[in-house]
Design a protein around this ligand. Sequence first.
Ligand code: ACM
Length: 492
Amino acid sequence: MPAPATSLRLVPAPRSVRVGDGAPFVVSAGTTVTVGVSPAEVSLGVLAAEVLSRATGATVEVRYRDVAEPTQPGDVALRLAEGLGAEEYRVEVDPDRVEVSAGSPEGLVRGLATLQQLLRREDGAFVAPPVVVEDAPAHGWRGLSVDVARHFFGPDELRVVVDLMAAYKLNVLHLHLSDDQGWRLDLPSRPALAARSGGTAVDGDPGGFFTTEEYEALVAYAAARGVRVVPEIDVPGHVNAALHAYGELTPEGEPTEAYTGIDVGFSKLAADLPATEPFLRDVFGDVAAVTPGEYVHIGGDEVLTMGHEEYARLVAMASDAVRSAGKQVVGWQEIATTPLEPGTVVQYWDTRMDPAPFVAAARAGARLLMSPGSKAYLDMKYDADTPLGLEWAGHIELRDAYDWEPTALVPGLPEGSVIGVEATVWTETLRSLDDLMTMLLPRLAAVAEVAWTRPEQRDWEDFRARVAAHGPRWDAQGLAWYPSPQVDWHVG
Ligand code: ACM
């Protein structure tokens, strides 16, 4: 069944939409955002006024109100309501007022994203059509993983990414903060990581790293938009930047050379070296300390030159370090070959790998995050002519990124084991925000719908028609994007 209300061009498609037949709500100088006085609501009120002002050019103000105060004509009221699930929300647009209600601040942010998409220009004014939207996500983890290690993307660029994620109701920004080519987060216990390996990147391009303050500010910016940051320190492979900074982590006791190529699988920690476990404790302890969220990612992928017993020991050491710092462990698919604590989040990515250990881990209580390379790896080229990107998982056109169901991708997964979907963008070939956006858009909108909208409400033809209206919005925001030939963009 096609998603309802195609004409509203909402992406991701909401659960229920009832279009009214009255006049639209007009955003004007008299429009006021009203919110309660809790700190989360105050910051949301400011965000809502900013979003409406930016979208329309009108100066929209904020008024703080008592819980019981009724909505006035001209108000855009944000309300925390009892009885709605996490991220569930309702948007009601009447000719003279708008009400956005949700059970949590995150739900209000999702409702705000819907309201933003409802706005359109009509006869020189910005209006929202009369409508009731009731909505909730299919999956609780809807992520984008950004590799800031191969090429560095700093706070300003990542704020643009966070805004885009919030617009499509994504809620996890996973940052791949370390790899062979560079280390991107300064850590107080191990200052040489950023000092010696922060400046390098693929091809000798400029690197960079986050100071603690910059990182915490980004985490707070994302949190205000309902996006949690999950930091990844990739071990026990992909560690040349660490070995270049601390020679005690190598069997020779000497630092390695900096690495600026794009091969994978050659670098590794050593389980028997006395420096290894303290390193893991320090690093994951510091990373946990700047992570208000529950999760820290330990990597675990592509360790191609290590025996399995040593790999399992190192995964256990890293996992212990994360848990002793009070966080839950996330790791790439390969960690499913090792003993895991129930509840560990395992991220599926390599469709070429035997899925049996992944299925077995799920049956033993692991929670699963789905990032299949052939669908959700948004650094893959769209087709053979795409100048940017890689091809090892094939070409991913817009429809490929859209037409898949995370719970049915790997046969034999227990009911309820899939907790979410994450797109990834690896940056071996991506040097600028325009490069990054060209690979993300329009495909990120497709993966966002796979993550948010229930499968019975997803329909490619309907998505194609809706997403066509988003190209002009990306243009208006100055975002680069790929005009996939699978969409009639000119009718958007
Ligand atoms: C990965 O793409 N190596 C997780």
